[in-house]
Write a protein that binds this ligand. Structure first.
Ligand code: NAG
Ligand code: NAG
Ligand code: NAG
Length: 521
């Protein structure tokens, strides 16, 4: 009901200028990152909500609009409200191909705001779980019971002390909501169904075949567990180790990179200059502040867009100035909200044009990409018989439960800069496939290019999927021009040589070390 009111309001208030722009809500959430310098800078980037063009929330790459767009459906694209018509192209490959491994990065699910707008009531949301509350999921009850047995699992460093289920009523800052839990149960179940015919995780999987890692926030830990439960219901806790990534960049022991921080500082300065030059935005902040009777500065640091997004995603009316008797007509408006997002569209364009973020992104996410590539290469070598299998099996399934500040640089570094900003519970999937061994007769029939290139690439292929859509041929390492009937998939080798070498072209270097340390001028 509330959602419908909100929709009418949006349509009514967004005028002609906005009618041609679909909303794609985007927001950098501001989790502390390390090193410290990034924390400071990311905080300066508050309320990074952007607009992109597009008409369907199901599209990873928004298309130029051809008919009147629906702003709310775009807004819900960011909210990622559970619906019944999820697309999922994971696992869609000819049956004679063999799936060898899957590595997934997820953004945590829907969460409570990280900020409070002064003089307003916080959104009333209950962060305990209840199967009788919407949205719910058939696995929710069993998931809640299963989390109760979590003491049997192995937890790295401080993770054991985090709650395995959201448990605050009302929610506290940054808590995963029930919507967030349901989003991840769905994500996991979608992949379970997609991969059911391929059985690449044996039912008696060994501890080293499944790798789960998360940052030290309860929302990522809980998101990772819900995702895993959707994928492997009733998994055996005793076999599970939950690994801790202390940095939101998942950079492990390779986090030191002075040049990365320099690119980020420059990027933030660019962003700041653009923002303060935007008179309409400045006026809007001033209007919003005067509506609530607070200094503009106080409103700005309260990062109002974060709270407004939460209201929107939960179908709650926008907040009003708090008065003791509850009577007020001084409320924040969708028009103001729209201005902030219009500015973010400009920011996004400018960001791509300038290219500093891309450079930051490459250095930020390289250690994760390197690790991902290494895992794939290892599994491929074992499958090709070029490497001795580990006792207990290879790592075939990885879940990295992360933040938008992890996934956004990953998308940028892969060249997926047109992809929509990671919504809640976004998922990026790396699939590794082996082609069927070629039979004699087929080989003669199809003799030529295709078979030769298969011999060359060893018969291993990578697919990349973002929120269920195959984006392999949107990446920098696989060009659509290379796609032929004889070779419909992207050779693993292309990804490996990208990660080992070509990725550093953008920063005019040949290695991570060189890129991080040599260009300090
Ligand atoms: C939150 O939900 C739980 C479970 O449904 C319920 O027991 C509790 O009373 C709710 N809290 C509030 C403040 O409504
Ligand atoms: C990349 O992976 C290799 C293993 O192939 C490792 O030796 C190296 O330290 C990794 N580099 C980074 C920066 O993670
Ligand atoms: C790239 O690096 C090389 C060697 O370090 C240097 O000579 C050249 O000027 C650099 N180019 C740019 C565009 O920075």
């Amino acid at each position: 009901m509330l959602a419908r009111n909100c929709f009418l309001l949006l349509v009514a208030v967004s005028g002609a200028a906005l009618a041609i722009v679909c909303f794609s809500l985007q927001f950098f959430n501001l989790i502390p990152t390390t090193p410290i310098v990034e924390e400071r800078l990311l905080q300066a980037a508050d309320g990074d909500v952007r607009l992109t063009q597009g008409k369907s929330r199901k599209r990873v790459f928004p298309k130029p609009h051809t008919q009147k767009p629906n702003p709310l459906s775009e807004a819900y694209g960011y909210c990622n409200t559970p619906s019944h018509n999820e697309q999922a192209w994971e696992g869609h490959i000819p049956a004679d191909y063999k799936l060898l491994s899957v590595q997934v990065m997820i953004r945590h699910g829907d969460r409570y705001p990280l900020y409070t707008i002064p003089k307003t009531k916080r959104p009333a949301i209950n962060c305990t779980l209840s199967i009788s509350r919407n949205p719910s999921h058939p696995l929710l009850g069993a998931f809640i019971s299963h989390m109760g047995l979590g003491g049997r699992g192995h937890w790295e460093s401080t993770l054991a002390s985090l709650p395995r289920l959201p448990n605050h009523s009302p929610c506290e800052m940054g808590d995963l909501t029930q919507t967030g839990v349901v989003q991840q149960l769905r994500n996991g179940k979608i992949l379970r169904q997609a991969y059911a015919p391929h059985s690449f995780v044996p039912s008696d999987w060994s501890p080293q075949q499944v790798w789960v890692e998360t940052t030290g926030k309860s929302r990522t830990l809980q998101s990772g567990l819900a995702f895993l439960y959707g994928f492997l219901p009733e998994f055996d806790w005793k076999k599970l180790t939950v690994h801790h990534q202390w940095s939101t960049l998942f950079c492990g022991s390779a986090c030191d990179c002075p040049a990365r921080n320099r690119f980020l500082e420059e990027e933030q300065r660019r962003q700041y200059r653009l923002r303060v030059a935007d008179e309409e935005l400045e006026r809007t902040y001033a209007d919003m502040a005067s509506t609530l009777g607070i200094p503009t500065r106080n409103l700005r640091v309260a990062n109002p867009i974060d709270s407004l997004l939460c209201h929107l995603c939960h179908g709650l009316p926008f907040p009003c100035m708090f008065t003791k008797d509850g009577s007020t007509n001084r409320c924040l408006s969708t028009a103001q909200f729209a201005v902030i997002r219009r500015q973010q569209l400009d920011d996004e364009k400018d960001r791509k044009r300038v290219g500093l973020y891309r450079k930051y992104a490459i250095l930020a996410i390289y250690p994760y990409l390197n690790r991902t590539a290494n895992k794939m290469e290892r599994v491929a070598k074992v499958a090709a018989g070029n490497r001795k299998p580990r006792a207990g099996g290879e790592e075939v399934f990885t879940v990295s439960s992360a933040h938008d500040v992890t996934m956004a640089p990953l998308l940028s570094a892969l060249g997926l800069e047109e992809a929509r900003f990671p919504p809640f519970a976004a998922r990026l999937v790396f699939e590794l496939w082996k082609s069927p061994s070629v039979k004699q007769g087929q080989q003669e029939q199809r003799a030529g290019k295709g078979e030769r290139s298969k011999a060359k690439d060893g018969g291993f292929f990578i697919r990349l999927l973002y929120n269920g859509e195959d984006v392999t041929y949107h990446t920098v390492f696989c060009s659509p021009l290379d796609r032929r009937p004889s070779q419909p998939f992207c050779p693993l080798k292309k990804f490996l040589s990208f990660v080992k070498r070509d990725i550093f072209n953008v920063v005019n270097a040949t290695s991570y070390q060189e890129a991080c340390y040599s260009h300090t001028g």
